[in-house]
Design a protein around this ligand. Structure first.
Ligand code: ADP
Ligand code: MG
Length: 469
């Protein structure tokens, strides 16, 4: 026969259920266990502190109302945290386990949640790694040899050799791939190890969530469980003093405990802006290794690796064309291959040199024929005799404003860059200024014959110089 506390709790649940979505009910009420009832006091067991804090922040009123309805107006609730007697036999954690998933969904943190239920963490640890980025498909070349080898060595002695390891280099040169490869290799070798990959933004967001949920101590506990922390794109820590502060402590703690830290950055430590000097000095404790632009042979090897992965066959001539054109950014290879595959299957055509040239053109952002904001600004400057600096500056003279607006207008029309990027390229203006400028140009073209002629001429020159079809 159910005892009082179970009966009372079932009544509470019946009440609460009416006021919540099934998802919230399952996530936040099913895991609660009634322990005892003494008079008006009902004692409930909750899985952990974080759970309790979330419950109290979001559902306290619903819970109180439910308990009042079931036990009476003078009822009181007491809590016990299950964490301590976690390993006690006979406690069914399957519900909590299931709820951990819902927990994450409900919290939108994006990786298997954080601050949950010790005890089951080992089985459920989410490293957040990309399983496709492994050493086996990370082609070694002169451009990445040192960093790749350092990564490999870390997998045999995590925490001991290079701590931290910082990999830096321009966009698209393989930092994220390499960081994930190290993490994946560690997980394979030490299945119980708690490896965690995060971008610096994700880390910042988790920290902000923790503050909002009053769960910074759970945030701290969570990171204490991490054995290998991989933080990508640390340049985005810039200007975020609070996150830097908390990361500084985490860094020190992990370092002291010989836990491995691996970081990715788009620039060398010395060039990181608005990042606390003490943090930068820590970054230099281990090894800072640069990824360079691949040479032709490495690029060809990477291209062949990707073609094999994507099951695309190309002639030698086409491959050579691709390697010559894509050498600064390996990331574009994948985009180009996907496009080649798509276009050739759509048209049912074999992959001709022409087709690949067209595709490259649409990807093009290098060399002479660059359809970039810079190039357009230069042409507008030549045609209007307004120096580029003035166009980017704050001058409000009519001819300067018009040149600036024309450059924004054609940047918008021809580069396909987002409005915000165009705005920021023009001395940090915002997207609404770009919209306004485009409207202004269109209006003037309708009403001012001379302006229209100038605009049309600029357009012709852009098309001719930048080879737009
Ligand atoms: P980054 O983080 O430096 O911007 P990524 O790691 O995202 O660059 O790499 C961009 C793309 O290039 C990914 O698809 C990655 O797999 C590929 N790539 C980069 N370097 C290599 C390499 N050495 N071997 C194979 N693929 C690579
Ligand atoms: Mg990256």
């Amino acid at each position: 026969m159910p005892t009082d506390h179970v009966l009372s709790w079932n009544k509470v649940l019946d009440e609460v259920r009416k006021n919540l979505t099934p998802k919230h009910f399952n996530t936040w009420f099913v895991p609660i266990k009634p322990l005892q009832q003494e008079g008006h006091v009902l004692t409930l067991e909750v899985p952990n502190e974080f759970f309790l804090s979330h419950l109290e922040t979001h559902f306290l009123q619903v819970l109180k109302d439910g308990v009042k309805g079931a036990i009476g107006p003078r009822s009181k609730i007491e809590y016990r945290i299950a964490m301590d007697d976690y390993k006690k036999p006979g406690i069914d954690r399957t519900k909590a386990l299931k709820n951990e998933k819902e927990f994450q969904d409900a919290n939108h943190i994006g990786i298997a949640n954080p601050f949950v239920i010790p005890g089951i963490r080992k089985q459920n640890w989410e490293a957040n790694l990309n399983p496709h980025y492994i050493f086996e498909n990370f082609v070694e070349g002169h451009c990445n040899r040192v960093a790749r080898q350092a990564g490999l060595q870390i997998t045999s002695k995590p925490g001991e050799l290079f701590n931290p390891l910082l990999v830096y280099g321009n966009v698209g040169l393989g930092k994220t791939h390499l960081l994930n490869a190290i993490g994946n290799a560690l997980m394979k070798k030490y299945p119980k190890m708690h490896v965690l990959y995060l971008t610096s933004d994700k880390y910042t967001n988790m920290f902000i969530q923790a503050i909002r949920n009053n769960s910074t101590s759970d945030f701290g506990h969570y990171f204490q469980q991490v054995d290998v922390l991989i933080i990508d794109d640390i340049q985005y820590f810039s200007g975020k003093a609070g996150t830097q502060e908390i990361f500084f402590h985490l860094f020190n703690q992990m370092h002291q405990n010989r836990k491995q830290i691996i970081m990715g950055s788009d620039r060398a430590p010395k060039d990181l802006k608005e990042i606390d000097d003490r943090l930068i000095s820590r970054f230099k404790w281990g090894a800072s290794l640069e990824l360079l632009t691949p040479d032709y042979e490495t690029m060809m090897a990477i291209l062949e690796e990707k073609l094999e992965e994507k099951e695309v066959e190309l002639t030698q001539q086409v491959k050579e064309l691709l390697c010559h054109n894509l050498k600064d950014n390996i990331r574009e290879i994948e985009g180009v291959i996907v496009n080649i595959k798509l276009q050739s299957s759509l048209n049912g055509k074999s992959v001709s040199l022409e087709l690949v040239k067209d595709i490259l053109q649409s990807f093009s952002n290098r060399g002479e024929n660059v359809v970039s904001i810079d190039a357009i600004t230069r042409i507008v400057s030549e045609q209007t005799s307004i120096p580029v600096n003035s166009m980017l500056g704050k001058g409000r003279q009519r001819n300067i404003v018009q040149a600036r607006q024309l450059a924004m207008y054609y940047s918008k029309k021809m580069t396909k860059k987002p409005l915000a990027s165009i705005g920021s390229a023009f001395g940090g203006r915002d997207h609404s200024t770009v919209i306004y400028s485009c409207e202004a140009v269109e209006n003037l073209m309708d009403t001012d014959k001379l302006f229209e002629e100038l605009a049309r001429k600029i357009e012709r020159v852009i098309i001719k110089t930048l080879g737009i079809k």
